[in-house]
Design a protein around this ligand. Structure first.
Ligand code: DAH
Length: 366
């Protein structure tokens, strides 16, 4: 064995014994680097006589190729082993169940508003909206509550310093009734709408929050009378509470924007101290609960809304959405509705996949 052959076998042995890529790189530099021993041998070729060079050049070049091949082969093997080890370590078991995504829920107020929209859509009502920052004229004056009207004092109004287009101050709407005026002004007659939304009053205790929700109803057409109002409310309340035995009592009342005005009560029975709607309130052990305000739209409101009250008349009603939600789904503290506590929402909220439909039952499954 000549020197080249023993150099080659020594290099092969050391390459085979290299423990990692860094050791392998050190060997590459030692043999094939600029100062490497094999590189050194190649350089000596330049100084040789032609005969000697012809004899040695193929051997030295073969040595260089053999070392380079051995290094490349070992490096490939190391890299493959490393990849193998990583694949084994990072194994992903696709048969494992995915971590459960945190699910949101629909707030009872949104749920009830969806239910209202569904029930009233079936009776041909569209959903209308109006601004929460309202002006004095739409919120009060056009609803037959002029500047000096005592009923204004009953609405603890949040006012802005800004003056509105009709001269009065801007305010946070105290009820959804201004949507009546806006709808008649913008769309004329006939009208069949509900207007659910947020309203504001400076009031706060267990049953009052400074922000709460109402839904307004308005029907304007030719020849509308109180019978239409009663049928509509009865049909709505039966569908909403999902009970055929809902009984209404219409009581004379007063609202500036309706004439005549009626307060609507529903009969309930006491069931283990809880009020369960259904049946006449006059039966023994029963009672009447005040539920909503309504009436025939005052002709002055129709007039201020740009319509001729001799041609067009109709009815309106207003009811608290939060109140409806409490009655239907059994919460008793209104403040918890707006605390934003996710535990409350998890308990009282509804699945977003449980869309209210009349055919499948408008109430959510609880
Ligand atoms: N806007 C009244 C309130 O907030 C509720 C109301 C009563 C609305 C009678 C109506 C109605 O449309 O006819 O107290």
């Amino acid at each position: 064995m000549d020197d080249y052959a023993s150099l080659e076998s020594e290099a092969r042995a050391r390459i085979a014994a290299a423990g990692d890529l860094a050791a392998l790189e050190a060997l590459r530099l030692e043999y094939l680097g600029k100062q490497g021993s094999v590189s050194g041998l190649l350089k000596t070729l330049g100084g040789m006589a032609p005969d000697e060079r012809q004899a040695k050049a193929p051997k030295i070049q073969a040595l260089r190729d053999a070392v380079a091949d051995a290094l490349a082969e070992r490096k490939g093997a190391m890299e493959a082993a490393e990849l193998e080890a990583r694949l084994a370590a990072e194994v992903l078991d696709l048969s494992l169940p995915a971590p459960e995504a945190s699910k949101g829920s629909v707030h009872p107020v949104s749920q009830v508003m969806d239910e209202l929209a569904e029930i009233f859509a079936d009776m041909g009502f569209a959903v209308a909206t109006g601004p929460e920052i309202e002006d004095d004229w739409h919120n009060f004056t056009a609803l037959n509550m002029p500047e000096s009207h005592p009923a204004r004092a009953m609405h603890d109004t949040f006012y802005f310093p800004d003056i509105g287009p009709q001269g009065g101050r801007m305010l946070l709407r105290t009820h959804t009734s201004p949507v009546q005026v806006r709808t008649m002004l913008n769309h004329g007659a006939p009208v069949r709408i509900i207007a659910p939304g947020r309203v504001y009053r400076s009031d706060s205790d267990a049953t009052h929050t400074p922000m709460f929700h109402q839904v307004e109803g308005l029907v304007i057409d030719r020849g509308i009378h109180l019978g239409h109002l009663k049928w509509t409310l009865e049909t709505f309340l039966k569908a909403f509470f999902e009970r055929e035995d809902i009984v209404l009592r219409l009581r004379p009342s007063y609202f500036p924007f309706t004439e005549p005005s009626v307060e609507v009560d529903v009969g309930f029975a006491l069931d283990n101290g809880r009020r369960a709607l259904g049946g006449s309130g006059d039966e023994p052990g029963h009672g009447w609960m005040e539920l909503l305000g309504s009436g025939m739209v005052n002709r002055r409101v129709i007039e201020m809304s740009g319509l001729d009250p001799d041609e067009w008349q109709g009815f309106a009603f207003g009811v608290g959405v939060d109140r409806l939600a409490m009655l239907k789904y059994g919460m008793d503290d209104l403040r918890a509705f707006f605390d934003g506590d996710v535990r409350w929402l998890r308990h009282y909220g509804f699945s977003p996949f449980d869309q209210p439909t009349l055919s499948a039952g408008v109430g959510a499954r609880v």
